[in-house]
Ligand binder design. Sequence first.
Ligand code: BES
Ligand code: MN
Ligand code: ZN
Length: 496
Amino acid sequence: MQYFVTSSTPETEKTDCVVIAVYEESQLSPSASTINTSSNGQIQKLIDRGDITGKIGQTLMLQDLDGMNSPRVLIAGCGKQNETTENSFNTIITSVIKALDASGANTATSYLNEIDVKQRSASWKTSQTVIAAEASLYIYTSTKSTAPSSEKPIQSVAFFSESSEKEIQQAAMQGLAIANGMGLAKELGNLPGNVCTPSYLAEQAQSLSEQFGSVTTTILDEEEMEELGMGSLLSVSRGSRQPAKLITMNYQGAGDEKPVVFVGKGLTFDAGGISLKPAAGMDEMKYDMCGSASVFGTISAIAELNLPINVIGIVPSSENMPDGDANKPGDIVTSMAGKTIEILNTDAEGRLILCDALTYSERFDPAVVIDIATLTGAIIVALGSKTTGLMANDQALADDLLQAGTDSHDRAWQLPLWDDYQEQLDSNFADIANIGGKEAGSVTAACFLSRFTEKFTWAHLDIAGTAWKSGGKNKGATGRPVPMLVQYLLNRIDAK
Ligand code: BES
Ligand code: MN
Ligand code: ZN
């Protein structure tokens, strides 16, 4: 979709549909009030009659209203005035886009930035509108033989702004780049494991560098990883017929400045290995590459925006399968860092591929390293599907990520990474065990990674709960945490 800015008042604006807010208890927004006046009280009449209650998510399409230059007015119920939250704002936008898409309108102008959301600017509302709009229009079709399509899809939305056109246009562009990045992350996540293999992800990285001159991609194959001594990563892929890939995407936007390095778990299917997972819901382990998908999405967003920053995306990619040659419980492997690892559970494979990728990231002399991984079921127990888990060896970096989460409304919550937990990883036979027992599973997973990140500033995002929606009709990737990661980079640039 396309996004513009307009400074015309609602009754003079010429578009297919004007979108205005009405609150509960007959409260009109400024635009609704203007239209009410120019239509001789039509809006108030509909409220009095009970056609509009103003409930959040309610929409009512009016045709050929008196005094308007546009043929349609869409009224959006916005709840109680001055009580709109970020979540209800997104609900309002989603229902508006659905109503627009179901109507005959190709173009629309939104006056919904008038809604007060506490401590949120018009720019914020603009980019959230774009993100929510694009999200509600996303339909997965890649592996369906017939694709659903709306007959007269909504093609452009304009935002009303009197005085800050430039800022609003920029916010819309940022929102669109984030939404596109989320779309890429969703698409990669939703593809089945027999399509989205490590080799497929490697091809996607190549095509990102074809699409953007600012991105260069290198792919290491198993032989090259062998030479680097990545015994931990390779032990996971040994149990699979699909060869592992180590993908590096280099986005150069700021000369020789130290890069931000993202490391994304790219486990294209996690059957658990010899410590096989139960059958129910195992299909969802195709989503075990969503960390890597968020790295792809973030790099595409910043390349689209030409951001002045250097970013490197590293994606260790493999399957985790039960094969005759797979890791067995009790096996000991040697990581690239030289530390030996006792694999007590082959299903704790994410940390085994991440540790070698984290060691590899040292060679880029990173400003910070942030890994993003669907790492533990335990984080879903702790935080559910709303909040990403965050652990870090540096509080300033943790604070920056928490702030980026709040700013973008793609939020994380920090868990401790205190040394108290480290002893849970003690092994009688190796330097470290790959599991830490049943207590604090997300923390001990991060403790494992922390043994490989001592040389740099590092944070870990556990997105097992937030990267996709489970089960039933809503099953699908969310595109998170692309908004948080892009916001982190935008904030970093602002601080320079
Ligand atoms: N990919 C899973 C984590 C996961 C589980 C994500 C469920 C989303 C939903 C990871 O590889 C895994 O299997 N972790 C184990 C670790 C355990 C063996 C210590 C887990 O969480 O059960
Ligand atoms: Mn696993
Ligand atoms: Zn996994």
